[in-house]
Design a protein around this ligand. Structure first.
Ligand code: GLP
Length: 224
């Protein structure tokens, strides 16, 4: 695990955007794993400002509410509508799919067919969830339907009780993982991710076992 602490939210977001820019410059056909959430808003703004050429890039989003499409809409608004990604290269779990089991296995198959994820960007929930892998999720979990905890539903202000999400194992299969945590409300969970017990009690703690895991924090999230 590598940790980078920057003074402000803006600098931290810019650093994550730089990592994405470097990745796509190095490999024009990069496969990116993307996240939603407030943390991602300044990051997507910075990425869009850099005028990166995404014309051959593929993206896979972590999750979507079961029965909804609001995370897809979040991405349209904050990212897809601002860069030159091709529609056919945007992969998203269909929260409205009736047969969620086959939807989840199709999604895993698409990731495999794309050659796996080169760079996965993540945020973290205050209870340590990544994607929607709530506490209790196993290291081996793959894309599936999960029940959301009350604290997550409250933090995200959602009426949905379930979601489809990449599993911890799916996330861990990415070749490189960057988790961004911004603001003082993330300081407590960041402490646990860095030196708490590794285990499904805090799913983000599993990331420490990844060979190329980078944590990008602003001062407040680092507890300064
Ligand atoms: C949601 C998403 C996560 C995200 C987390 C943190 O639950 N499924 O991928 O990391 O919220 O969100 P925020 O950045 O708004 O704190």
């Amino acid at each position: 695990m590598q940790i980078i602490i920057l003074r402000s939210e803006k600098e931290a977001a810019a650093r994550v955007a730089d990592l994405v820019a470097e990745q796509v410059k190095k490999k024009k056909t990069s496969v990116l794993g993307l996240a939603t959430g407030k943390t991602m808003i300044p990051i997507y703004r910075e990425i869009a400002r850099r005028k990166i050429n995404f014309s051959r890039v593929k993206t896979f989003n972590l999750d979507e509410y079961a029965g909804g499409d609001s995370l897809r809409k979040f991405m349209e608004r904050n990212f897809f509508g601002k860069v030159n990604l091709k529609e056919k290269n945007i992969f998203f779990l269909d929260g409205k799919a009736r047969d969620w089991k086959s939807e989840c296995s199709l999604f895993e198959g698409e990731i495999r067919r794309a050659g796996g994820i080169d760079l996965q960007i993540l945020g973290v929930g205050r209870n340590g969830h990544i994607g929607f892998n709530e506490p209790g999720s196993s290291l081996k979990s793959r894309t599936r339907r999960v029940r959301l905890s009350l604290s997550t539903r409250h933090d995200n202000g959602t009426r949905f009780g379930y979601a489809l999400t990449m599993g911890v194992g799916t996330i861990m299969s990415a070749r490189r993982i960057v988790l961004a945590a911004l603001g003082g409300r993330k300081a407590e969970i960041v402490g646990k991710v860095i030196d708490g017990r590794t285990g499904s009690g805090v799913p983000a703690s599993f990331l420490r076992r990844h060979r190329r895991f980078l944590l990008v924090l602003d001062g407040a999230a680092a507890g300064e």
